[in-house]
Unconditional design. Sequence first.
Length: 202
Amino acid sequence: MTLVRNLGLVAYEPTWRAMRAFTAARTPDTEDQIWLVQHPAVFTLGLAGRREHVLAPGEIPVTQTDRGGQVTYHGPGQAVAYLMLDLRRLGIGVRELVRRIEQAVIEVLASHGVAGERREGMPGVYVGGAKIAAIGLRVSRGCTYHGVALNVDLDPEPFTRIDPCGYPGLASTRLADLGVRDSIDAVQQELADSLRRVVINA
């Protein structure tokens, strides 16, 4: 069983620290959890992130974090799902987890008539070459935290202030630009359902 918690609009840094504390305290019997959140505007740098990929942050704060990957942007209107999973219990590794997360997002997009795709060596989901979902994970003692962020109807302008995921000029897109008018709450619930079905029960 996996508990889904919808935490609403919450600050990035306390949420990250809560994920880390949850993971540090869990035991082999601890129930896996998915946290659904939105964040106020923030740029986050992964462990491989380089400051030069943050071109012009302006008033948006930049937070160094412990997930994998480079720089990305979080803001209201983006459906974020944090996955606190015991990989040993699931019997999979990180590469398979990423593949399953991508597939879960692709299936959500397909339900809206949008064709999502993978790109070799660039984790995440893309539509017509533009990134619509970013994935960043941390594994500690065989358990994961951080997760996936799907662009629903967030302000896309801050993506122009960074090299998304460390790739200069990488375009970003969102469901609102693809004709999808569902609310962020509806999309988050779809995402949670898809993650439980594809990632955990696969």
